[in-house]
Design a protein around this ligand. Structure first.
Ligand SMILES: Nc1nc2c(ncn2[C@@H]2O[C@H](COP(=O)(O)OP(=O)(O)O)[C@@H](O)[C@H]2O)c(=O)[nH]1
Ligand SMILES: [Mg+2]
Length: 486
């Protein structure tokens, strides 16, 4: 049934000249009316088609200007640190504003190192003699060292408030109003993981605002940047840390402690969130974290976190970058796949200094073997065959330190044979090994994997690498979008 032109509307529309011009003639015959309605329906269809086309074009434009990057790699490979470097370059004011929250994480990292030492000077069953004679474990203390432990008793007692501070900082997180916040506590004495000295760490389910939780401590400083803790708040952990600073220094610099850590095979200098060489600075009552401190801070990522940056300069103007940082532990990796579908590039991090370490979630797996296997899975994945790959062979500074200290690669990787154990040879070997995996297993023979030797805690060097990576991704993306849209 076709609608009749309503007289009321005709009268109302007279004030609108266009509506008036479009009105049907008053003496229109039924045939003319049918013809007119058909013409109008056709015109509307053409109009709708144009609208749809414009909409699709706009969506395509938007898509073209969005670059999605996924950061992948095993736990502690440097993913979150790389993200912080992107923030330093592209969202510096946000990075500045978050300093106060990182101060609490830095305290937690420092306190955790102290606790690892206190654990190491505590005897446990690994120090017991085996029923067949000799020590039970390769990390047991030598009898002469065990006899000297009472020398450390007073120091240990004086440092007990540090343990309370750890609890306080964790509690502070747990008090977050975001009930989604999940905190994983480090293992306590008697827990199954406790025997693995130094294993377990504090983590927060990101995506919830843990920074807000930490910022509960914060107050406004009368002058200067950012929010920092009010120095006159007696509950601020800085007061206990400040009071314990000398004892912490004595502990860390004690030759007996150095011996104990060596016998326990604990290398704190190489561990994440290491601040023991900077106790005095960090426990100063007016301490504000530097960029480097924030980069070194370690908080384990759980879940997937999205960060967006808008680039407003030069050719990159108007390009939105979305970077996804993920949890790298084995039980977190199944969360990666949904992000594979529309990602443009992957930055894969492999910490090559870890050739003599094992995964904290599975002490039977060598860290480097795990990285190689993971890389092989990523490069051979068909869903990812069009995705640009950038590989960061990371923690090169620690690799150099380790090799300089005489740690031999061929003792952990027999395939290295009798090649020289210096940084250049070892890093070249790793580069070739990762490149060969890509060459052999990539389903896309035209794809190139861009490989960089990195130390992502070094801002100057990393900013060069990031600029380079950005240019490559933009160039490759432009190529792709021309192929698709022109
Ligand atoms: N020395 C050194 N430490 C690094 C490097 N990259 C990351 N780290 C540290 O290693 C720890 C783990 O890094 P993080 O980015 O949290 O790893 P993620 O688990 O992959 O997100 C942090 O304490 C970082 O400061 C590096 O190149 N050199
Ligand atoms: Mg992380």
């Amino acid at each position: 049934m076709s609608p009749r032109p309503p007289t009321v509307s005709r009268r109302r529309s007279i004030s609108d000249p266009l509506a008036f011009a479009l009105l049907p003639p008053p003496n229109e015959t039924p045939a003319e009316r049918e013809q007119r309605l058909r013409r109008e329906a056709e015109a509307k269809k053409v109009n709708d088609d144009i609208d749809d086309m414009l909409k699709a074009e706009r969506a395509a434009q938007k898509k073209r200007k969005e670059v999605k990057i996924l950061l992948l790699g095993q736990s502690e490979s440097g993913k979150s640190t790389t993200l912080k470097q992107f923030q330093i370059i592209h969202a510096h004011s946000q990075f500045q504003a978050e300093r106060s929250a990182w101060r609490a994480v830095i305290y937690l990292n420092l306190v955790r190192s102290v606790r690892r030492i206190l654990d190491a000077i505590t005897l446990d069953e690994s120090d017991e003699e085996s029923p067949y004679g000799g020590p039970r474990s390769p990390t047991a203390l030598l009898p002469a060292t065990r006899q000297r432990l009472p020398e450390l008793a007073t120091l240990k007692l004086r440092l007990s408030p540090i343990i309370a501070i750890e609890e306080q900082l964790i509690q502070q997180l747990a008090c977050s109003e975001e009930n989604d916040t999940r905190i994983m506590l480090p293992p306590r004495q008697g827990s199954p993981e406790f025997g693995q000295r130094g294993s377990g760490e504090i983590s927060v389910r990101t995506g919830v605002n843990w920074k807000q939780a930490f910022a509960k401590f914060k107050g406004k400083r009368p002058t200067g940047e950012g929010n920092i803790l009010p120095r006159n708040d007696p509950n601020d952990p800085i007061h206990v840390l400040h009071a314990c600073a000398d004892d912490m220094n004595t502990l860390w610099n004690s030759p007996l402690i150095k011996d104990i850590l060596q016998q326990r095979r604990i290398r704190l200098e190489e561990s994440s969130g290491f601040y023991l060489n900077e106790i005095t600075r960090i426990t100063d009552l007016n301490y504000v974290p530097s960029d480097d401190d924030v980069l070194k801070a370690r908080l384990k990522t759980v879940g997937v976190v999205e960060h967006s940056f808008s680039l407003d300069k030069g050719t990159e103007k108007g390009v939105d970058w979305k970077i996804y940082d993920v949890g790298g532990a084995r039980n977190q990796r199944q969360a990666w796949a949904p992000y594979f579908e529309d990602v443009n590039a992957i930055i894969f991090l492999a910490p090559i200094s870890a050739f003599d370490q094992v995964l904290s979630e599975d002490p039977n797996v060598n860290r480097l073997e795990d990285s190689l296997l993971l890389w092989r899975n990523i490069v051979s994945n068909k869903l990812l065959q069009k995705v640009h790959l950038v590989l960061f062979l990371n923690k090169c500074d620690l690799l150099q330190m380790k090799l300089d200290n005489g740690v031999m690669l061929n003792q952990h990787m027999t395939s290295y044979g009798d090649r020289p154990n210096d940084y250049d040879s070892v890093s070249r070997y790793f580069r070739n090994k990762f490149a060969a995996l890509h060459q052999s297993f990539s389903p896309n023979q035209d794809r190139e994997a861009y490989i960089h030797l990195t130390c992502v805690t070094d801002t100057r060097k990393t900013s060069e690498v990031i600029t380079n990576v950005r240019d490559i991704i933009l160039k490759e993306n432009l190529k792709d979008s021309r192929l698709i849209y022109v």
